[in-house]
Ligand binder design. Structure first.
Ligand SMILES: C[S@@+](CC[C@H](N)C(=O)[O-])C[C@H]1O[C@@H](n2cnc3c(N)ncnc32)[C@H](O)[C@@H]1O
Length: 265
């Protein structure tokens, strides 16, 4: 696994997440290959989809974990939902806190690891957005995260996991493994991804270049197939699980760029 002497790749100390990630996340091209949307447009599309697919009623409570710098949490709170944004990274959380300071929204940001969440029957909805599942070394740890999300839901509450990584799409060669983007900061980002069928992980790197200098940070994420993820949902206790290929709720397709799983407690 990528890490420095003491810290796993996803930790604040390693430095993939934080200012490095926020730079790289804001590109002129947008993130997804097929939908050329700005980050802001993409966030609004995603939040409209979350509200629809989770059937959130007015004022419902939502846990957004990991919330990053709060793009979905803040948009959900603006729409009147009660939101807890949870993440381990203080730089991301501070950016989110600063963004809502001037407004009176029903939103709280909490620094915690998704491996150690302690919520019990607290939320109507839990969301895990944008390729934020499978960070840990073992399937047991990743399953523990899913169990924590299950525990956080009220009976009848719904969990949504969204990723833009779909294993059949990778295997058919449609997933871009080496690409370059122009960042809003004027820097360039190169992304190199490689899927290892033995470990079922994507091992990748972001390389941000500016003024002839480059900074590289590596990552490694376990990528679950639709079938594996649905099975894990049932194992931790969810009663029904449906997988979609997009925010409009279209039926799952192996060719789709998005994979969205909705599981009901
Ligand atoms: C790919 S980003 C996505 C953030 C957000 N969902 C979004 O779409 O903008 C993944 C996030 O996971 C957070 N993270 C990494 N490891 C974590 C952990 N162990 N517990 C909680 N959050 C973690 C990072 O700090 C980062 O904000």
């Amino acid at each position: 696994m990528p890490q420095d002497a003491k810290n796993p790749w996803w930790s604040e100390e390693y430095g993939f997440f934080g200012n490095f990630y926020m730079d790289g996340d804001a590109s002129q091209e947008g993130y997804l290959i097929e939908k050329k949307q700005s980050l802001k447009e993409r966030t609004v599309t995603e939040v409209v989809g979350v509200v629809k697919l989770l059937s959130l009623k007015d004022g419902a409570s939502v846990l957004d974990c990991p919330c990053g710098y709060g793009r979905h949490s803040i948009e959900l709170a603006r729409q009147g939902f009660e939101v807890v944004g949870s993440d381990i990274n203080s730089v991301h959380l501070q950016k989110a806190i600063d963004a809502v300071k001037a407004y009176s929204l029903n939103i709280t940001f909490s620094k915690e690891s998704m491996l150690d969440l302690q919520y019990s029957s607290r939320f109507d909805g839990v969301i895990n957005m944008f390729y934020s599942f499978g960070f840990f070394d073992t399937d047991e740890e990743n399953e523990k995260v899913l169990k924590n999300f299950f525990n956080a839901l009220k009976p009848g509450g719904k969990f949504l996991m969204h990723t833009d990584v779909n294993v059949p799409r990778i295997l058919s060669g449609k997933y871009k493994e080496d690409e370059q983007r122009n960042l809003l900061t004027g820097k360039t980002l190169r992304i190199i991804d490689s899927y290892d069928p033995q470990t079922k992980r994507i091992n990748g790197a972001w390389i941000i270049q500016s003024n002839g200098k480059e900074e590289r940070k590596d990552y490694s994420v376990r990528v679950y197939t639709k079938e594996e993820f649905e099975e894990m949902c049932r194992k931790v206790g969810f009663s029904s699980v449906v997988t979609y290929s997009g925010w409009e709720g279209g039926e799952y397709s192996e060719n789709a760029e998005d994979m969205i799983v909705v599981a009901t407690k």
